[in-house]
Design a protein around this ligand. Sequence first.
Ligand code: ZN
Length: 259
Amino acid sequence: MHDSQRHIHRPWKPEDTINIAKNIVKWIVRKKTLFLNERFTRRIITHYTSGLGCEIGPGVNPQCPKERTVFVDRYRQYIPGHPIALDTQADAADLPFCDDAFDFLFSSHALEHCPDTLRVLENWCRVLRPGGLLILRLPHRDRTFDRDRPITTLAHHIEDYKNQVGYEDTTHRQEFLDLSMPYHHSWKEHAKNADGSWNIDYIVNEGKLHYHVWRQTDMVDILRHLGLTIRFVMDDIPDRVDSFLIVAETPSHAVAVPD
Ligand SMILES: [Zn+2]
């Protein structure tokens, strides 16, 4: 007799009912956990923040509460037909807001697309009030297509700041093409010329290039260099497995990049 037939014909036992009940409970707990994990970043933002915030680079998946957040993106294409209407189109390094305008600033996967990391962070801290919160969700070098690239050093960021590098900075292009592009799937075909070579203009102009690469400890060092206090760090967050999350508090004095 086949195994499955033997199971079908054996008498029903009380433990069968118990097992079914256990499985239903497990299923409910798993669903609940998944639901909570999906909203992990949103729950962190809600937990840590109050007052008015700014979200930089929300794309099609904003995380901050709409009723108390100003949404800013450099790329206008994220407006039509998408779940949020942008409030402002601006570059991350040149926000059109006065000093101390916000209680918190959140950004997910935007800073790596900016050529001058310290200048951007300096600007974000400028629009935050003293004691305001900077919340960053960023790609973890080991869990993205950047996994073969070297970590960007603080010394490199300081040099970029001194040189006032812009989007035309070519320093990281070849490295990105050689080490990151092979892992890409979603938009790789659009980034090729007719002869099969990479169309670097497309990659740069569409904001696809990752200039810099970090693990969470490297970003902690950068934020501490700027005088921020780290309030929360998580290496591997449940709602976005390629990312780490940091909550940092701005000092009581204005943030300036040290010499
Ligand atoms: Zn650089």
